[in-house]
Design a protein. Structure first.
Length: 420
């Protein structure tokens, strides 16, 4: 998916917000319609029947009829796909869409262009024996940095061209959040070719150092500055003191959302650039396998069994999510398919990468690792990334020494431990 930042005019923005309202309204009608279904009742209407009902609703409702029919039908199409995903992919029921949170709509191409096979021959429909005509999105390139796309009811809308070449897609989605418009074209980018050098790298992910590579490099995800965090706290205090449901409260919360969106943009940009660098530099990338969902689970507990140190755990969860661990792993897999592996995480931070000794006392601090057996000294994150690059699960021997260490088995080399 190719995503770009849009810059509509005030008139275009007003019309696109109306498209968002129509798409959200139609989606919620479909959710409400299917919520009345129960076992033993006849099946709920499908996509074709809902489109017929939408046509009748557009005749009776002037506000809905003034909108674009394709935008509203695509909202029903999205609902049908989400409903099918419940059975095919294990997702839950489609939920309600809310204003200011789920703002967006999908547009299908308008131009009818002939389709061709991989060998360059025209694609023929066997039933009609006519050439297949596919839809295509209307996109124009203005210059090196700007392009424009045709949106129904809005005309040409400019967007920032941040990658080479115009996207060749049959559909695109427009979204609005935190005061920013984006357009995402439904295209699958070409994977990045492997460099062919045979290099393998291991990546240890942490909070202080976002990604520590086995070759010694340390990469950090950009965060908000101290001044920006102070501004967030200032606007949050003002919003807390403002009258309920007042304009001042909404204004202050909007300023907070704008600053947090800036942090998210920096994180996404860093993940894109870092994943591209990893795909171009290494033939194989190995990540420490982490269950981020469980690691960032709340420790609030229940009324009967309340959790301990809930505020400290909430702060740690925010710090973990701000690093973009999952996004970096996913984007690297997208750009280098088949060249990304996960390595079990146990004992990667406690094992000495030089001699294989496993001892919790070797980890002196967050950044210092001193082996209690051979005296090897290294940065703790770099030592863990070297263990990750080995690509094997590290299992300790059950026999323990008096110092708390585990006697390792003899190995053939420092980077290829022979495990039990």
């Amino acid at each position: 998916m190719a995503k770009f930042r849009m810059y509509p005019t005030p008139q275009q923005e007003e019309q696109m917000l109306l498209h968002c309202a129509h798409a959200r309204y139609v989606w919620n009608l479909a959710v409400e319609q299917h919520s009345h279904w129960y076992k033993g009742r006849k099946p709920a209407p499908g996509f074709a029947e809902q489109c017929r009902q939408l046509t009748e609703a557009r005749r009776e409702n002037t506000w809905l009829g003034d909108g674009n029919a394709d935008v509203q039908q695509q909202a029903l199409n999205d609902f049908a796909k989400a409903k099918n995903a419940k059975f095919t992919s294990g997702f839950g029921e489609p939920t309600w869409r809310r204003k200011f949170k789920h703002e967006g709509f999908r547009v299908i191409g308008t131009d009818r262009l002939p389709e061709f096979n991989e060998d360059g021959t025209a694609k023929i429909n066997p039933k009609t024996e006519k050439q297949v005509m596919g839809r295509s999105v209307v996109v124009q390139k203005l210059n090196k940095r700007w392009a424009q796309v045709k949106v129904p009811g809005c005309g040409w809308v400019k967007f920032r061209l941040t990658r080479s070449g115009l996207p060749d897609a049959k559909t695109f989605r427009v979204t609005f959040r935190d005061g920013q418009w984006h357009v995402a074209f439904a295209v699958i980018p070409e994977p990045i070719a492997a460099p062919g050098t045979g290099e393998v790298t291991g990546i240890d992910r942490g909070v202080k150092i976002t990604a520590a590579l086995s070759d010694g490099r340390k990469l950090n995800c950009p965060q908000l500055t101290t001044r920006e965090r102070a501004q967030i706290r200032k606007h949050q205090r003002r919003a807390a003191r403002a009258p309920k449901a007042g304009e001042q409260k909404m204004t202050e919360y909007a300023k907070v959302a704008k600053l947090k969106a800036r942090e998210a943009d920096r994180r996404k940009d860093w993940c894109e650039k870092t994943s591209t660098m990893l795909a171009r530099t290494y033939d194989l990338v190995r990540f420490e396998k982490l269950n981020i969902k469980n690691m960032t689970r709340s420790s609030k507990g229940t009324v009967e069994e309340p959790g301990k140190k809930v505020r400290q755990k909430a702060g740690l969860n925010r710090a973990i999510l701000a690093q973009g661990w999952g996004l970096l792993r996913r984007r690297t897999e997208h750009k280098a398919p088949g060249r990304v592996e996960d390595v079990p995480a146990p004992y990667t931070s406690l094992r000495c990468s030089a001699c294989g000794w496993i001892d919790k006392n070797s980890r002196k601090s967050q950044a210092e690792f001193v082996c209690s057996s051979c005296g090897f000294t290294c940065n703790a994150d770099t030592n863990a990334s070297i263990n990750v690059v080995v690509g094997q699960a590290v299992k300790p021997r059950p026999k323990r020494t008096g110092t708390g260490g585990v006697t390792p088995r003899k190995r053939t080399s420092a980077r290829e431990p022979q495990l039990r």
